[in-house]
Structure formats: structure tokens, C-alpha cells
Design a protein around this ligand. Structure first.
Ligand code: ADP
Ligand code: MG
Length: 252
């Protein structure tokens, strides 16, 4: 039954598995059938093994696809984050947030602090966990986001873009405050924040304390309208510890 020579059934099996895109079963069914014969596995258990392998690989692929689509600049894991280096950061709360309940409550996370303290790392690692939980996630630097908003307005696609962005489970906006935004851009940014308000979560990182956000948006009224909505249901973290980049330099 499990002879090495090609059986008559083989081309048909291969054809059907290929058309059903069951590539893992197609790859593994022969070797698994030989193992099943050796270990006297039942037909049912043999089928179960194959189906499980296919499902696991599909889950993996769908997660990888989500991570790719999200556009993270690097892949950083929460397990790689050394909380002992930022002792004032509430590790328990971060680990609680990593369970992602904040997403269903449409709450925001805001990481404030000087360069190198791990704001982007934390934002990415929570984003990756969300991808693993099959959430729709996008990561933008503020510059990428504002360029995308402006370009879509110019081409008349702003409302489609805002609709798409408001449908995400998690929108990450990195490095707010490194560049000042023009009045026009600030108003587009406000429209986005207003659209997601109480509907979907955001993670925002910034090197500027809230008091200086008026300067980022060059307009105190717009800045406070944005802050009002962002902060209403939010977890703000001020990370004031040492730069991890400096640690690496000093260790060299
Ligand atoms: P920020 O966004 O606050 O400027 P990053 O998140 O980009 O800082 O961190 C700078 C570098 O240091 C990254 O490579 C990041 O992975 C690493 N890093 C920062 N803080 C930690 C930490 N506490 N544990 C491990 N790596 C860290
Ligand atoms: Mg950063």
C-alpha cells in the first residue's frame, strides 16, 4: 500500500490537494503514511495529523501576512524588552495591555519620553501580539501617515483612506512631535483621530510632553481637540529612564 513506486492514485491526489491549496498535506502525506504504517497509526489519526499540520501552517502564514501588511519598521518582541532597565515603567500594566483587552474597549496607549527609552519597541511588540491574535494592525511613522493623508486628499481619496484607517483594530502612530505639522496636516490628523474616537484603539509614541503638543500642531485649539479625544480613554506612559541606545554604546 505504501510502496515507493508511484501509485495510480498519486497524480490525482497531488492534483486535488494542489487545487484545494492543501500544500502541507501534499508535501507530507506520503512520509506520514509510511510513518503511520510503521507505528500502526489508525486511518483517523493519520488524517488528523495531516489536517493539523495544514491548519498550523495556515495560521502561521496568515499571521505572517498580517505582520507584513502592518508595516513594522523592525520586529521587536515584548519578551526582548528589559523592564529592569526602565524600573519606573509599570511592567504589570504593560503585560496586562499585551492581553489586548484595550482593543475591544477602543482605548489608546500613549508612550511619551526622550529618544531611546523603548517607546517604538513597546508599540511594535504590542502590535505584533495583535497580529498574532488576528487583528488588523497598521504601523505608521507620523511622517508616513501625514504624507499618506495629504496625498489622499490631493487625489480625492481622503474619505476612503479615513474609512480604511478607521476600520483597523489597531493603528500605531510613531514619533509624533519630531516634526511640526502644517495647519493643513494637523487638521487631517484631527479628522483621523476624531474618526477613530471611541471606535478603535491607537498607540501613539512621542518625544514631546502633552504641554508641547500645541507646538507640534502649531495650533493650541486643534492640539487640545486631538488630546481630548486621545486621552479620554487612554493609558499614558511617561518613560523617563535612560536611553537603551546609550547602554549599548557604554557596554562597547
Ligand atoms: P524610542 O522609540 O523610545 O526612541 P526604541 O524603542 O527605538 O526607542 O529603542 C531603541 C533601541 O533600544 C531599540 O533597538 C530597542 O529595541 C532597544 N531598547 C530600548 N529599550 C529597551 C529595553 N528596555 N529592553 C530591550 N531593548 C530596548
Ligand atoms: Mg522611536
Amino acid at each position: 500500500m505504501f510502496a515507493k513506486t508511484k501509485s495510480k492514485a498519486e497524480p490525482k491526489i497531488e492534483y486535488y490537494l494542489r487545487s484545494l491549496t492543501l500544500h502541507i498535506i501534499r508535501q507530507n502525506y506520503k512520509i506520514e503514511s509510511e510513518n503511520a504504517a510503521k507505528t500502526k497509526l489508525s486511518y483517523e489519526d493519520y488524517l488528523l495529523r495531516l489536517v493539523e499540520q495544514e491548519v498550523l501552517s495556515k495560521i502561521d502564514r496568515s499571521i505572517n501576512r498580517r505582520i507584513q501588511i502592518a508595516g513594522f519598521p523592525q520586529l521587536k518582541r515584548l519578551e526582548e524588552f528589559d523592564f529592569s532597565y526602565q524600573p519606573q515603567l509599570d511592567e504589570k500594566l504593560i503585560l496586562e495591555l499585551a492581553k489586548l483587552n484595550f482593543l475591544s474597549e477602543a482605548k489608546n496607549i500613549i508612550f511619551l519620553g526622550p529618544p531611546g527609552v523603548g517607546k517604538t519597541h513597546l508599540a511594535i511588540s504590542i502590535g505584533i501580539i495583535a497580529c498574532q491574535m488576528r487583528k488588523r494592525v497598521m504601523f505608521y511613522s507620523t511622517q508616513q501617515l501625514t504624507q499618506t493623508l495629504v496625498a489622499s486628499e490631493v487625489s480625492g481619496n481622503l474619505s476612503t483612506l479615513l474609512d480604511n484607517l478607521s476600520r483597523l483594530d489597531l493603528l500605531i502612530i510613531d514619533e509624533l512631535g519630531y516634526l511640526e505639522l502644517s495647519k493643513k496636516t494637523a487638521s487631517l490628523f484631527f479628522q483621523l483621530v476624531a474618526k477613530r474616537y471611541e471606535k478603535g484603539s491607537m498607540i501613539i509614541t512621542s518625544n514631546k510632553p502633552f504641554e508641547e503638543w500645541g507646538q507640534i500642531f502649531q495650533d493650541d485649539v486643534v492640539a487640545s481637540a486631538i488630546l481630548d479625544r486621545l486621552l479620554h480613554h487612554s493609558y499614558p506612559f511617561l518613560i523617563q529612564g535612560k536611553s537603551f541606545r546609550m547602554k549599548n554604546l557604554l557596554n562597547k
